[in-house]
Design a protein around this ligand. Sequence first.
Ligand SMILES: Cc1cc2nc3c(=O)[nH]c(=O)nc-3n(C[C@H](O)[C@H](O)[C@H](O)COP(=O)(O)OP(=O)(O)OC[C@H]3O[C@@H](n4cnc5c(N)ncnc54)[C@H](O)[C@@H]3O)c2cc1C
Length: 479
Amino acid sequence: MDTAIWWIRRDLRLNDNTALYAALTTAAIVIPVFILDDRLLHAPRLKGARTAWMLQGLQVLDQDIQRLGGRLIVRHGPPVSEMLAVCHESGAAAVFWNRDYSPYALKRDQSVRQALNKAGVSTHDFKDLILHEPNEIPTRTGKPYEVYTPFSKAWHAVPKPPRLPDLERSELKRLNPPIGLRSDPLPTPEELGITAAPAPIVPPGEKAALDRLVGFLHQPVYGYKEGRNDLPSPATSILSPYLRWGMISPRVCLGEAQRVLERTPDPEARGGIVSWISELIWREFNYSILINHPRIVRQNFRPQYDAIQWGNNPQWLDTWQSAQTGYPIVDAAIRQLLEAGWMHNRARMIVASFLCKDLLIDWRQGEAFFMRHLLDGDLANNVGGWQWTAGTGTDAAPYFRIFNPLAQSQKYDPQGEYIKTYVPALKNVPPAYIHAPHLMPRTLQERTGCVIGQDYPLPIVHHDQQRPKVLMMYAAART
Ligand SMILES: Cc1cc2nc3c(=O)[nH]c(=O)nc-3n(C[C@H](O)[C@H](O)[C@H](O)COP(=O)(O)OP(=O)(O)OC[C@H]3O[C@@H](n4cnc5c(N)ncnc54)[C@H](O)[C@@H]3O)c2cc1C
């Protein structure tokens, strides 16, 4: 075959990329195409940090391709007509892509497939975003897994797809669109109306992703099991934005982790690696749930909670979103999200629990807010995380698991360093009061420059008073 298209969607990398590898194996010339789809670019729940980061990531990918002598073709418009047009203009006989599993992506891909096939262009799609699709991990009853631990056991038992052979530079040089083929400019975030993009926690790009993985597996992973919940000095990899955008493949992440595991004798260090791999499996589990139950993107995984009468107080939602709850750990976490486009996993659980179980606000409101601001915002994992914390999801522990924000703060940020990083108003507050600064005597408030009600708000609610309310709310829904 002369010419084929690699349709890039959330696989912004050249190495270990199934669709790209297959395209280069089949065709003499491969055209890398990214389509800017207004349905996604302008969706209010998506238009934010992640889109800005994606645009930067596309620039980096284009530079990587240009270094090989080619260029990225960007088209702005509806995927069906744009893909038909590129095929027509370039004479491409086939389009290759990696599968995505959101309800919108599935519908879009089906329309593109039908239109291309009708026009005589063959289409080829591949598993790449995850290591296993759910049909590869059958249960004995034939029903899909709905609980993490048995899923994880079954997942381990299935042979893993190996990473693909590295492509030679000479092969990648065939990523070379015809000279006259039009490419639309990448918009700036401002042109898309994204005015407050954060300073991203990590730089985009395939090289940055690989460097991060290598750095993490070199040493920090050994302390992952012990340190993964520490808020001030995160012991996690911060690879999630890269995995979200496919700047690194899950095969490389798992393969490298297993390689390090094989040559690590120390039990504690091994524990860290095993624990990290189990988080990669959570990602797989969340995808399995989304693929088997696409309704969960809007509906409770457990329908018995559909009857919950959420309070949904709009002022409280606004207070939570603007980091003014008066609970320092919650406000610090939201500010981390707004400033860096990322939030520590422990902090995600704390703020999510606080929204649903202290402010009595529907998890869907928090999920939408996260989706707008997270670089790694990903339907399967975001909905999975929110439903898990709200108690409406796959969590085997029931709804009465309620995080106490004060206890969480004391345990995971004992000296208040995380809090002080993101809430400067509290920078002089001593550790004894950092978790509940409203308890400071007035003289101390003045001395530390943090007068409650003026420099930092009073707590929006009292956790001890909210707890029985939320328990009643959930119990009422169940009966
Ligand atoms: C309310 C809530 C919302 C969340 N939303 C998202 C989201 O939109 N996108 C997202 O990728 N993760 C989400 N998570 C999961 C988790 O918080 C992040 O994946 C993790 O914090 C990313 O940081 P890291 O890369 O340093 O993770 P590490 O701890 O280094 O873990 C390595 C990788 O494993 C995966 N992973 C880790 N923890 C989880 C988990 N609990 N569930 C699923 N996968 C996991 C991620 O891909 C991560 O990059 C959410 C969790 C909660 C509680």
